[in-house]
Design a protein around this ligand. Structure first.
Ligand SMILES: Cc1ncc(C[n+]2csc(CCOP(=O)(O)OP(=O)(O)O)c2C)c(N)n1
Length: 439
């Protein structure tokens, strides 16, 4: 009865809409965007336009930001559907660099697969993967690294999320230490004080990850501003998923980037999902995430994130612009999260199981492999050898890390480690708690 009354009232209100001289209106209701396909339906990526590789022009690195605005709605691509490189953004990389990129992506994929196994075996509390997105972090890290003055205070720095462990691999972090962080054991430099996957390796250009999403973005812009104040030719690279662009920190970072024009690169990794929320819930169906840079007057690029060469080229462009003193860049990386969000997530509950296979931009490892084979730089047996050497390296590192303790081996950290390595001078209430524990 109540429903009938309120629906009558709504109808009456709507029927009055034409009476005020403003023409007909639609019924008022909250718009909640929904993904194109849910479990049990066919994957539908018809919303993604995939242009030919020669569509996107490449402005000069010192061009005004306005010259980049058309690039916020297209997709910078170098590798075509057959694995051939072309177009204005082809970075013309040598075979050694391409091969190194493939190796880093395979090591990243393999070690993260092992981390998930460790979690399933009860040896680690938590794990995450970047399956299907490896080209993003690896190409960016390698491209910044070409002319990096080094990493650390006063030097270059990435401010990553948990989804960029490819930066650690590409920048040469020890695979043993990386695994120890996942195991929270004696070899973990953070001594279990951080969630597994929230690494901190500043000497590899990998700033301590904060679990609070998007906080890395103003940090990266601040880092770049400090570089500009000191006159250093450094870059601060901030990373976020598309979901976390809904956080205020994303916008604060762009305000500072826009006003002070520091040497910053803000990377939005649009892998289509923020746990179970599709990218439309962060506003991606109304405008591209790259288009947000336009409102701030920041140079903006939208790149095929599964194309190693395109990722490299876009990052080189933004790095050269930053180091040249020509200002900040926003890069949207269009990719797909092929695996679960984390070891605690089951994507079959909210998207079609086959969706990663249907993703129009393919798999980054397969695409770079096809390119190298097409160039005549690799044979199928070379590819097999690279895969098995990546696997051997990873398995050896994991075994060594496990020998330093796992969650269920009884050899992990002492409870007293909870109190160490955080405060230079521990507050009295924590001293009291430590004493209560008998330490
Ligand atoms: C401020 C904040 N809000 C919520 C969370 C919980 N959370 C962790 S990951 C995640 C999804 C993030 O999605 P996205 O930004 O798209 O990145 P992706 O995980 O897809 O790489 C959420 C909501 C958090 N860690 N911090």
């Amino acid at each position: 009865m109540v429903d009938a009354v309120s629906s009558d009232a709504a109808e009456a209100a709507n029927s009055m809409d034409t009476a005020d001289g403003h023409g007909p209106r639609t019924e008022l209701r909250l718009h909640v965007p929904a993904p194109a396909a849910r479990p049990g339906e066919d994957p539908d990526f018809s919303f993604l336009a995939v242009p030919p590789v020669d569509e996107a022009p490449r402005p000069a690195v010192d061009a005004p930001a306005t010259d980049t605005y058309d690039l916020a709605t297209t997709l910078i691509r170098v590798l075509d559907d057959d694995g051939h490189a072309g177009g204005a953004w082809d970075p013309g990389l040598d075979a050694g660099t391409l091969r190194a990129g493939l190796e880093h992506m395979l090591v990243t994929r393999t070690i993260e697969e092992q981390f998930m196994l460790l979690q399933r075996q009860g040896k680690a509390a938590f794990a995450m993967r970047s399956l299907g997105e490896e080209a993003v972090a690896v190409s960016a890290a390698m491209a910044v690294g070409v002319d990096s003055p080094g990493y650390g205070p006063g030097l270059d720095m990435h401010f990553p999320t948990y989804r960029q462990s490819g930066i650690l691999v590409a920048n040469g972090h020890s695979l043993v230490e990386m695994t120890c962080q996942i195991l929270s054991n004696e070899g973990d430099r953070l001594k279990g004080a951080q969630l597994p996957v929230l690494h901190s390796v500043p000497e590899c250009g990998y700033f301590s990850i904060s679990g609070n999403l998007a906080t890395q973005l103003p940090q990266a812009v601040g880092w770049a501003m400090a570089g500009a104040i000191e006159g250093n030719r450094i870059v601060g690279v901030g990373w976020t998923g598309e979901g976390a662009t809904a956080e205020n920190d994303f916008h604060s970072a762009l305000v500072f980037a826009s006003v002070y024009q520091p040497p910053s690169i803000t990377c939005v990794v649009n892998n289509q999902w923020a746990i179970s929320s599709f990218q439309g819930i962060a506003g991606g169906t109304n405008a591209s995430f790259a288009q947000r840079g336009i409102g701030y007057g920041v140079a903006t690029l939208r790149v095929d994130g599964n194309d190693f060469l395109a990722g490299w080229a876009a990052t080189r462009w933004a790095t050269a612009r930053a180091r040249g003193g020509f200002g900040p860049t926003l890069i949207e990386w269009v990719t797909y999260r092929a695996a679960s969000h984390s070891s605690s997530d089951d994507p079959s509950k909210y998207r079609p199981v086959e969706s990663a296979k249907a993703w129009p931009l393919g798999d980054p490892v397969d695409r770079l492999t096809e390119h190298l084979i097409g160039l005549g730089e690799l044979t199928l047996s070379d590819v097999e050898a690279i895969r098995s050497s990546a696997r051997d390296r990873v398995l050896a590192a994991v075994a060594e890390a496990e020998s330093m303790g796992t969650l269920n081996s009884g050899t992990s950290l002492s409870p007293v480690d909870m109190f160490r390595h955080v405060y230079a001078e521990m507050p009295p209430h924590l001293v009291e708690q430590r004493q209560e524990l008998g330490y």
